[in-house]
Design a protein around this ligand. Structure first.
Ligand code: GL9
Length: 820
């Protein structure tokens, strides 16, 4: 296999030519933003050849293809990643130097494509990187939202949302594929027609949009493989015409145009939360119908027998959001291919597979029948029939047990339950970490597991080391390669070889020095963006993730308040200086989450400006946490806060990124933390808090009474009182009342502190003390940090993808040779 040979002079020429053609400028007149565009097009030029070659090869070998269907792909910036994956970073850096530009500055011009909320969307992006790097034929299928995840501004301590107009300057890496446009129909009614010995179902009086895919290249690492992410844009079906005006159909024509405009307008900014919005269901059917149509068309261009579909195509549904793929595939097989129900169902259930990403009840999608049937009349008929047959199956399996029907039916209580539909329509149902999958099997999806245990399996999440170490932390990446060679880039378990250096004092010093350099880089970023001075010699204690009550940013900041009280009482208290760093977006309508951001910023204001504590504590809230600044944050972290209420965080993936960058986990036994500790050893992490069994036990028995803690623990009581006595809000003592009430609702104990903040507080504070003590022993810390890097091999998404391939997808590896 030969891979792309970089030619510096040719590359420079191409960049200059691009600057000229795009902007009518010479290179010396060009702005960094313009150079970013010019470089991107030059890189794309290389990629395109490999992209074409890859798809020729796929066709030639008639490969089985994965369609990874996801409402979200949180890609992050493409340029730096693509440069790394075509293995030309040094060459391009040199070329740009010679042209008078710094590659880092050029990369920094790119807006983050932020077509995702958090973990679920970023996981999809890591999966695409691994699929291409391992050489597996795959498409990502998603939506080209005009506005991605909102930009977060902090004003006066409050979160302000600003639109993310990521396409404003044009996006160099996408290609509009008009030839693959499809029609998607909404509303109207279904009539039947008897023809050729069978019923035909015809949707009439509908509104439709034209779905047009934009393809983005997904570049494998050094292997010439380029896969495709197709994201769908919506256009009016035919431009506004006098025709409909004449027919008095003017209103319908306007509505149809508006439908196209609205459908891809914006990503819903909810994390782990179902809002039940009609437009959201439209988005789901829109991109699924288009993607399924494209997949079937492609399949049929190479095969005559539709029964072969499961051998050549697999649909992986990323959470329940794409579940309409099940009835949509059924619709195509029944109505367009003319198959019988049993035949169609057999094909569908051998093509679709489902990943569950959460046990949070408020995240479950349940569409009201009225809405669902009005918007998708034909799809609804099919879902009804799927449900009828599924309920029959339940009754056959459990005669006389109507409770099973109640708990498992797809249509129940006037709702379509998407998780039930996804399970019934799939041959595989997987959780995303061992603990999570066990909870699914034993609790949340117990009845389904008992009826069809063979469907259930675990695929512990992973992350791509190419973005989160090779790109994000160049110093550490180079150090690792110096020590053990570069196999870790495509085979992360090799990183285990670092373990022999963990005890070596010189290596420990080198490691700590790299961490220090990364902390300086982040400190500069913080100074620039927040105006706060932080000491890179302090412990960088970091919690970055979406803001959610179950993730317990509140526990973290309550502990900071507690520590500050101690320091005020005893200014000479011996503690290692600590910088508490937060980064988090709150869903725009999530009040308690937004108030928590305000609290963090208010606490930061008081503490950062209190000279009496001599800078022993600093609190920083990093604005607009996103993939690009995340890469720097992981690289600089000493402590990784993974403190969710046990059982609530399905996996977490930030935890893995921190570990890979040598931060020590301070966490609960939740999600993938359990497996991280298994790999690195309990002695190299700081574990605290209730177990998931304990949490679930309390929950089944009606919660606990936080008043007992409030009444008996003076330190906690003092912290809580500071929420309502104006200590952090002198002008408005009521400001944080809702947070106080969420912890101590005196009217109803069962609704108080649902996430066990107070119950876990002492255990957390004690773990934090262990962190302080441990950091004083620099050798111990360096060793533990190196061990974290060395033991991170399991958490590459390459491993996750290989397991999906072996157990679920059954794809064959393809090699692409560019010499031919
Ligand atoms: C999530 C879980 O909450 C995470 O624990 C998990 O790591 C990821 C990926 O499997 O999935 N489920 C979920 O709905 N989100 C997750 O992050 N939220 C979004 O990103 C929308």
């Amino acid at each position: 296999m030969s891979s792309y040979q970089f030619n510096k002079e040719q590359f420079k020429q191409e960049v200059c030519a691009n600057v000229k053609n795009l902007f009518r400028k010479t290179i010396s007149e060009a702005t960094p933003k313009q150079v970013f565009q010019a470089v991107s097009y030059a890189v794309k030029d290389v990629i395109i050849d490999e992209w074409i070659a890859t798809h020729k090869e796929y066709e030639k070998q008639d490969v089985k293809t994965l369609y990874y269907m996801s409402m979200e792909f949180l890609m992050g910036r493409a340029l730096g990643n693509n440069i790394i994956n075509i293995r030309s970073r040094d060459g391009i850096r040199e070329a740009l130097d010679e042209l008078g530009f710094d590659l880092n500055v050029i990369e920094d011009q790119e807006r983050d494509p932020a077509l995702g909320n958090g973990g679920l969307g970023r996981l999809a992006a890591c999966f695409l990187d691994s699929l291409a790097t391992l050489g597996y034929p795959a498409y990502g299928c998603g939506i080209r939202y005009k506005y991605g995840m909102f930009k977060q501004k902090i004003q006066d301590g409050y979160q302000i949302e600003a639109p993310d107009d990521w396409l404003r300057d044009g996006y160099p890496f996408e290609i509009r594929r008009d030839e693959y446009a499809f029609e998607v129909k909404f509303g109207g009614y279904v009539r039947t027609e008897w023809r050729d010995g069978r019923n035909h179902f015809i949707q009439d009086g509908y509104q439709s949009v034209r779905a047009v895919p934009y393809d983005m290249p997904i570049v494998g690492y050094g292997n010439n493989v380029v896969n495709t992410l197709m994201i769908w844009d919506a256009e009016p079906i035919n431009t506004f015409n006098l025709d409909s005006f004449d027919k008095g159909d003017y209103r319908n024509a306007v509505e149809q145009e508006n439908l196209a405009k609205n459908i891809v307008e914006v990503l819903y900014p909810n994390d782990n939360h179902y809002a039940g919005k009609e437009l959201r269901l439209k988005q789901q059917y829109f991109f699924i119908s288009a993607s399924v149509q494209r997949a079937i068309k492609k399949f049929k261009s190479l095969h005559d027998d539709i029964h072969m579909l499961p051998e050549k195509v697999v649909f992986q549904m990323n959470d329940t959001h794409p579940t309409v793929a099940v009835p949509e595939l059924m619709r195509i097989l029944l109505d367009e291919e003319g198959l019988e129900w049993d035949d169609a169902w057999d094909i569908t259930t051998r093509t679709c597979a489902y990943t569950n990403h959460t046990i949070m009840a408020e995240a479950l999608e349940k569409w009201p029948l009225e809405l669902f049937s009005r918007l998708l009349p034909r799809i609804y008929q099919i879902v009804e029939e799927i449900n009828r047959r599924f309920v029959e199956q339940i009754r056959r399996t459990y005669p006389g047990d109507e409770n099973k029907v109640r708990s498992m039916a797809i249509i129940y209580d006037g709702q379509v339950k998407m998780a039930h539909l996804a399970i019934a329509g799939s041959f595989s149902v997987n959780g995303v970490a061992e603990l999570h999958t066990e909870i699914l099997k034993k609790k949340v999806l117990k009845d389904f597991y008992e009826m069809t245990p063979e469907k259930f399996n675990n695929k512990t999440n992973g992350i791509t080391q190419r973005r989160f170490l090779l790109h994000g932390n160049e110093l550490l990446a180079n150090w690792v390669t110096d020590k053990i060679g570069d196999e870790w880039i495509t085979d992360l378990p090799h990183i285990k070889k670092l373990a022999i250096y963990a005890d070596d004092e010189k290596c420990q010093q080198e490691f700590m020095n790299i961490k220090y350099q990364n902390k300086i880089r982040l400190a500069k970023y913080i100074k620039e963006h927040n105006g706060i001075d932080v000491d890179p010699r302090s412990i960088f204690d970091v919690q970055v993730k979406r803001l959610h009550e179950y993730k317990r940013q509140l526990l973290n900041i309550l502990h900071v308040m507690y520590l500050y009280n101690q320091l005020k009482d005893n200014p000479e208290m011996d503690m290692v200086p600590r910088t508490f760093i937060f980064g988090a977006k709150a869903a725009a309508g999530y009040k308690i989450a937004k108030l928590t951001i305000k609290l963090i910023n208010s606490v930061a204001d008081v503490i950062n400006n209190d000279k009496s504590i001599k800078g022993k504590i600093k609190v920083v809230f990093i604005e607009d946490y996103r993939v690009s600044n995340a890469e720097w944050i992981f690289a600089a972290a000493d402590v990784s806060e993974q403190i969710s209420t046990a059982s609530k965080e399905a996996s977490g993936t930030g935890n893995m990124k921190f570990m890979l960058n040598g931060a020590l986990t301070l966490g609960t036994m939740d999600g993938a933390n359990v497996e991280i500790v298994e790999e690195v050893g309990k002695e190299n992490a700081f574990i605290f808090g209730m177990s998931s069994d304990e949490v679930i036990n309390y929950e089944t028995n009606g919660g606990y009474n936080p008043m007992d803690i409030f009444n008996n623990d003076q330190d906690i009581r003092r912290v809580l009182m500071q929420l309502i006595n104006g200590y952090y809000a002198p002008n408005n003592t009521e400001l944080f009342r809702d947070l106080y009430n969420s912890l101590l609702n005196t009217l109803s104990t069962s609704k108080a502190d649902t996430y066990f903040n107070l119950k876990d507080f002492r255990s957390y504070a004690e773990a934090q003390k262990r962190v302080d003590a441990a950091y004083r022993d620099e050798k111990w810390w360096a060793k533990a940090a190196i061990m974290n890097v060395a033991c991170s091999g399991k958490f590459t998404s390459d491993r996750t993808i290989q397991q999906y391939v072996d157990d679920i997808w059954h794809l064959d590896k393809v090699t692409v040779d560019m010499d031919e």
